[in-house]
Design a protein around this ligand. Sequence first.
Ligand SMILES: [Zn+2]
Length: 71
Amino acid sequence: MKRRRKRRDVTAETSYLCDICGEEIVIPVDRSAGDSQEFVEDCPVCCHPQTIHVEIEEDGEVRAWSDGEAN
Ligand SMILES: [Zn+2]
């Protein structure tokens, strides 16, 4: 997916793989919250809370991954 728009949208979308059920979960990302984010989110498929890491790179690319089930 290529976007020609130069201005960054405040909201981006990215996805992570659920560490428990393996499903790909799409999440919205608020760029204004920083280039490196960490939060706990319940998987909408298996309902397990996980620690999600989000990193926004300099070119605007957003990456997210699960760090496993949150305590
Ligand atoms: Zn899951």
